[in-house]
Design a protein around this ligand. Structure first.
Ligand code: BES
Ligand code: MN
Ligand code: ZN
Length: 498
């Protein structure tokens, strides 16, 4: 994809497609106003005659407007001018792209970036523009035979800016957004691949290939005997029922000299049947998305490598399948974790924490600045926050605030949930140092408290992405979240923002 900025008026902008907007009460966006003047009132006339709609997310495509040089104008409804925030901006842009579905447009210029959007800037509006368009253009059709409905073949994205200095910021925004979008595409592809293709071995190969194609990036894959030697019996207990070998993926990006690294740990269950504590059949196919934490941290380090950020980042991904079978772990089994603490496995479906606890212990060897784990960890999180916000849990309110702040800026929202001894006590076991489940109530929090028993002394946060990493229903598929918030966190850590 190519990106450019433009300071020219919307009417003078050449190309195949220019996006402008109209607000409720007849107010025009800056781009639309410019076109209205150039066309001696044609835009206002169409509005008056009812050909344009000012409702948020309703778009019309216009052609042959006199005085306007672009082949097409998409006029998007922007709703109430006082309520145009980031979410409305992106919603409007998506609707503009919807109205172009099936067309053969190769270039788009967004003039909505000239609007006043609360709490935003030229840099972020460029970023949202590029990320939104990439998100819209994404499709996962490679496993369908025959013809698929045409995607828009966009090759060039233009961003309207008000000044030269905004142009510089917008260009940086587009560069960052392109790398983030590449990361999101990788995360979505890995998530969407079927579990018979995206196995632990496949994930490991993908991580290896990334290291081969990006400078500063290294990947090391540990096999089962090596994992056993490290004492990761909790991790391996999850893999017992599966014929696919477990892998520990360790990636290292070195761009920050001797700085302490940020370590990202991702849950890589390539299929979660629940094991002996078997899940009920409805929507069990969606448990192929149980490796989205792994996909997002691999994608985030790839994004960092693409941007060559001056920081150190490590990724640790424990990956395996959770299947039942004659060799599978039983409820009641007790295992010793790499930390030495023993765990009574009361429910084999609470497997994410069993693989993560050993990966978190492993992360200590990097003497990390910060450790963030990312996991589709609990159904309880989906009940608590739905599909819109990722849960953040950390003993450090400071770190949690840094992540939620990054989430707001990246428009990849998070919400802090509490931790605490009341919850931690629910994990007590009669036979081992801890049980792997607490009560049903507060399930996302007890899961975090379980991980907290392995992160003492670390600057650590846990992201539960069970609700945000994938969608169900007609739009079933991986979302690429939380790659944007992770990237934003790392961009801030690198001091790479304007
Ligand atoms: N992978 C699931 C969590 C999940 C559920 C992710 C729904 C996405 C959508 C996890 O391994 C799991 O099964 N968790 C159990 C924990 C319980 C047994 C304590 C759950 O949430 O039911
Ligand atoms: Mn499970
Ligand atoms: Zn799981």
């Amino acid at each position: 994809m190519e990106y450019f900025t433009t300071t020219s008026g919307a009417a003078r902008q050449t190309g195949q497609c220019v996006i402008v907007g109209v607000y409720e009460n007849g107010k025009l966006s800056r781009g639309a106003e410019d076109m209205d003047v150039a066309s001696h009132g044609a835009i206002r006339k169409l509005l008056k005659q009812g050909d344009l709609c000012d409702q948020l997310g309703s778009s019309r495509v216009l052609r042959n407007i006199e005085g306007v040089r672009a082949q097409r104008i998409v006029v998007v409804g922007l709703g109430d001018a006082n309520e145009l925030g980031v979410s409305q901006f992106r919603y409007a842009l998506r609707s503009a792209l919807d109205s172009l579905a099936g067309s053969k447009i190769k270039d788009i210029v967004n003039f909505l970036t000239l609007e006043d959007i609360e709490g935003s800037s030229a840099y972020y509006l460029a970023r949202y523009t590029v990320e939104t368009i990439h998100g819209k253009l994404y499709s996962f059709n490679n496993l369908k035979t025959g013809k698929t409905v045409g995607d828009i073949p966009v090759k060039k994205i233009g961003i309207a800016v008000a000044s030269r200095s905004d142009a510089t910021k917008a260009k940086l925004g587009a560069t960052h957004a392109d790398a983030i979008s590449q990361g999101m595409k990788l995360a979505r592809d890995l998530g969407n691949l079927p579990p018979n293709v995206c196995t632990p071995t496949y994930l490991a190969k993908t991580a290896q290939k990334l290291a081969n194609s990006h400078g500063g990036l290294q990947t090391k894959i540990l096999n089962e005997p090596e994992i056993r030697k490290l004492g990761m019996h909790s991790f391996l207990s999850v893999s017992n029922g599966s014929a696919e070998p477990a892998k520990l993926i360790v990636m290292q990006y070195k761009g920050g000299g001797k700085d302490k690294p940020v370590v990202l740990v991702g849950k890589g269950i390539t299929f979660d049947s629940g094991g002996i504590s078997l899940k009920p059949p409805p929507a069990m196919d969606e448990m192929k998305f149980d490796m989205c934490g792994a996909a997002s941290v691999i994608a985030a380090i790839a994004t960092v490598a693409i941007l060559k950020l001056p920081i150190n980042v490590n990724v640790v991904v424990p990956t395996c399948e959770n299947l039942p079978g004659g060799t599978a772990t039983r409820p009641g089994d007790i295992v010793e974790s790499m930390s030495g603490q023993t765990i009574e496995i009361l429910n084999t479906d609470a497997e994410g924490r069993l693989i993560l606890c050993d990966a978190l212990t492993y992360s200590r060897r990097f003497k990390p600045h910060t450790v963030i784990d990312v996991a589709t960890l609990t159904g309880a999180c989906v009940i608590a926050l739905g599909h819109y916000r990722t849960a953040v849990m950390s003993p450090s309110d400071d770190l949690a605030a840094k992540i939620t702040g990054a989430g707001i800026a990246a428009d990849d929202r998070c919400w802090q949930m509490p931790m605490g001894p009341e919850y931690e006590r629910l994990l007590r076991s009669n036979f081992a140092d801890m049980a792997n489940v607490g009560t049903r109530e507060g399930g996302a929090i007890t899961a975090a408290c379980f991980l907290g028993k392995f992160t003492k002394g670390l600057n650590w946060a846990h992201l539960d992405i069970a609700g945000t990493a994938s969608r169900s229903g007609v739009r079933k598929g991986a979302t690429g979240r939380p790659v944007p918030v992770l990237s934003e966190f790392l961009l801030r850590h690198a001091g790479a923002l304007p």
